[in-house]
Ligand binder design. Structure first.
Ligand code: NAP
Length: 298
């Protein structure tokens, strides 16, 4: 029986693992992908984590993991498929039939890419990860869809590989932070395509053109690849009917991570919060362990 089953091995889960081991709580980190570190792994450069002014997301994730391992974190690789409760403890069941029992759960399963559900959205050349697939577009023309931090980071990343980047956004204002907006505006290779909804991606097998509706007018752009960066959806299906979720599926919880389900705590991007950043995910992991300590003490 574990004191804590930590679901998710991103910054929130790994931070919880470090604090749990310092608090001498018997814990295990459950991860779907072997040696994962969450979505941070595909961020080209993190420049806002205090003390590390410039580091790749991959390296930062590795540092987090090494830190957790150094403190003796135990990991279990498997896909959790259900959570149930009896006699005051939780059982997490896995796809392979295995189960783990814990007095509490820190749920830090993060988010997944929001998919672009339009005709042609599954053609070859439609990608959700510029850092993973960007290298295939050397000196080519690509489109990036979205207006948040991820889209602008992807557009900047692709501007160093491709010879033309269309940044397509449905409004005329970006949601991304001002520093990124300034960098994009200072990059001549990036052409802004604003007030534009993508209605179709066209191609035989691979992407060839993209159809957009710009201020009511239809337009086609010839491109070789599309990077979709239109936000994320929380990985909270497992908690349906267990915890209170908001209308977008995020777990309703404050900084202390306390949820509507006794003994389940939420950390990182899966919980309702204003600022989804590595630093806030890390802080959530630590706060949740404090909440677990208080919960187990009573
Ligand atoms: P996001 O902030 O939710 O932005 C999603 C963008 O996609 C928005 O501009 C949105 O448009 C647009 N969008 C949503 N649905 C769409 C659709 N169906 N069709 C077309 N456009 C659509 O997502 P994100 O950029 O992935 O960022 C997620 C979180 O991670 C944020 O909190 C962000 O600050 C954080 N993050 C931080 C960093 C960093 O600090 N370096 C890097 C990456 C991400 P509207 O603007 O019109 O709503």
């Amino acid at each position: 029986m574990y004191d804590i089953i930590i679901i998710g091995s991103g910054p929130a889960g790994l931070s919880a693992a470090v604090y749990a081991s310092r608090a001498r709580l018997k814990s295990i980190v459950v991860e779907k992908d072997y040696a994962g570190t969450g979505q941070i792994a595909v961020s080209e450069c993190v420049d806002n984590y205090l003390g590390l002014p410039e580091i790749s997301g991959y390296d930062l994730g590795e540092k987090f993991r090494e830190h957790a391992e150094k403190f003796g974190a135990e990991f279990y690789d498997g896909e959790a498929v259900s959570i149930s409760r009896s006699d005051g403890f939780y059982t997490v069941s896995f796809k392979n039939g295995k189960t783990l029992d814990g007095k509490t759960i820190i749920y830090a399963a993060g988010t997944s890419y929001r998919r672009l559900d339009i005709p042609g959205g599954k053609l070859q050349g439609v990608s959700y990860c510029a850092v993973c697939d960007g290298m295939f577009y050397k000196n080519k023309t690509v489109a990036v869809i979205g207006g948040g931090d991820t889209a602008l980071e992807d557009a900047l990343y692709m501007s160093r590989i491709a010879n033309k980047v269309y940044l397509i956004h449905r409004r005329d204002e970006f949601k991304a932070n001002k520093a990124l907006q300034e960098k994009v505006k200072d990059t001549p290779l990036i052409e802004l395509v604003l007030n534009s909804e993508v209605s179709e991606i066209i191609g035989e097998k691979r992407v060839e053109t993209i159809k957009i509706l710009q201020s009511g007018r239809e337009k086609e752009l010839t491109i070789n690849g599309v990077f979709v960066a239109i936000g994320s959806i929380p990985n909270t299906t497992l908690l349906n009917g267990i915890c209170s979720l908001d209308k977008s599926g995020y777990i309703i919880a404050n900084e202390d991570g306390i949820t509507s389900a006794e003994g389940i705590f939420a950390a990182g991007d899966v919980r309702t919060k204003k600022l989804k950043q590595v630093v806030t995910a890390v802080s959530d992991g630590t706060n949740c362990v404090k909440s677990v300590e208080e919960y187990l003490a009573y």
